[in-house]
Design a protein around this ligand. Structure first.
Ligand code: NAD
Length: 352
């Protein structure tokens, strides 16, 4: 076995169906006396239900969480936290709501209990992205890593089928890149392979029956494993392209991951024989990149950058930005091959 470095991140995970019942105990175990519950407007009812479960330990609900963690929303949340005399955070939602909780913790070190309802995986990472005056900056600090994560499968039953697939592909992307990133190691590879296997099999089943508890359970468990990969592992070309397309062309987060992943994987395939072996096992296919493309295609979610509103004449600029400040990648970044990759992704061609 080759030598490696593995960094485990401290987090307590409670997983299952109906695990929300453990919320008061989990909040108490962190020494929180009054928790401010965070949600988006869309999930306010879920936030109110949690506040009720918390009873006297609730400091109310702040329901203004928004995409890209705008600093002005964080400032309003900080004011609500102070006014309510809160000393801890309970976040229920996807990456946007979890991002708001992290932004508060960054400023006041408040302990966080997080109940994820999508598969984006922010709950397992020490990463926080924030937007101020239209500019997004990202930093990595253990201050923002949630102390406790309660995965309750019940909250994922309402995730709409199309968002299930794009959010699931977002999760799979974290695990795929953990298999061949510079920080790859055998422990994370175990988690990555099982995370991809659980998620790919669950996505097909959830399309048939969105409220199937077993399928939803596998999807959420897979999402957790994939999230650990994002928090402890590394990323490569796929994430770089998604950051460029999201940051410079304002393309939507999970959908962009869904479109790019099969193409980024096909680009790297010749340089990553061991990762491809793991991916063939996980996807039960001889052609993992094509298999991932087909998951998106059969679910009817966008498979082309054109559908996401990317201008075709922006491809050269996207490649320039990618090459300006590249991430580690197992295959050398070749301008012409990257243009072809993005052209294929723009048209929505199925990769080999
Ligand atoms: P999101 O949190 O923006 O959610 C989109 C919408 O779906 C929201 O209105 C939300 O309330 C709703 N929703 C979420 N779960 C639902 C459910 N189960 N049922 C019904 N509606 C539900 O989307 P996301 O994809 O979860 O998160 C994306 C954001 O997270 C991006 O801004 C991304 O940058 C960030 N992110 C950060 C990290 C990190 O490590 N910092 C990791 C992954 C994603």
């Amino acid at each position: 076995m080759n030598s490696f470095t593995y960094t485990g991140l401290p987090a307590r995970v409670v997983f299952g169906v109906g695990t929300t019942a453990a919320l008061p105990d989990e909040v108490g175990a962190l020494g929180i006396k009054k928790a401010l519950v965070l949600t988006t407007t869309h999930q306010k009812a879920e936030g109110e239900a949690l506040a009720e479960i918390l009873g006297n330990a609730s400091a109310g609900v702040f329901s203004e969480a928004a995409m890209h963690t705008p600093v002005e929303v964080t400032e309003r949340a900080m004011a609500a936290f102070k006014t309510a005399g809160a000393d801890g955070i309970v976040s229920i939602g996807g990456g946007s709501t979890i991002g708001l909780g992290k932004a508060i913790a960054l400023r006041n070190d408040a302990p966080q209990v997080v109940l994820p309802t999508s598969y984006a995986g922010s709950e397992m990472t020490p990463i926080i992205g924030q937007t101020e005056a239209g500019k997004k900056t990202t930093q990595r600090t253990l201050k923002v890593l949630p102390e406790t994560v309660i995965y309750d499968v019940n909250f994922t039953l309402t995730l709409p089928p199309k968002m299930t697939v794009t959010s699931g592909m977002n999760a799979i992307a974290h695990a795929v890149e953990a298999l061949y990133a510079q920080e790859a190691n055998p422990v994370l590879s175990l988690m990555a392979e099982d995370g991809i296997a659980k998620m790919t099999s669950a996505l097909a089943r959830v399309q048939e029956a969105p409220a199937d508890i077993d399928a939803r359970s596998d999807a959420l468990y897979g999402a957790w494993l994939c999230a650990v990969c994002l928090g402890s592992g590394g990323v490569a070309l796929h994430h770089k392209l998604c950051h460029v397309l999201g940051g410079s062309f304002d393309l939507p987060h999970a959908e962009t991951h869904t479109v790019i992943l099969p193409h980024a994987l096909a680009y790297n395939a010749p340089a990553i024989p061991r990762a491809m072996e793991a991916l063939r096992r996980a996807t039960e296919s001889d052609k993992p990149a094509a298999a991932l493309f087909q998951i998106a295609q059969s679910a009817g979610v966008p498979t082309s950058l054109e559908e996401l509103g990317m201008p075709q004449d922006g491809i050269a600029r996207a490649v320039d930005i990618t090459l300006e400040n590249p991430y580690f990648n197992p295959r050398a970044l070749e301008r012409d091959a990257l243009v072809t990759l993005l052209e294929n992704a723009w048209h929505g061609h199925e990769p080999a």
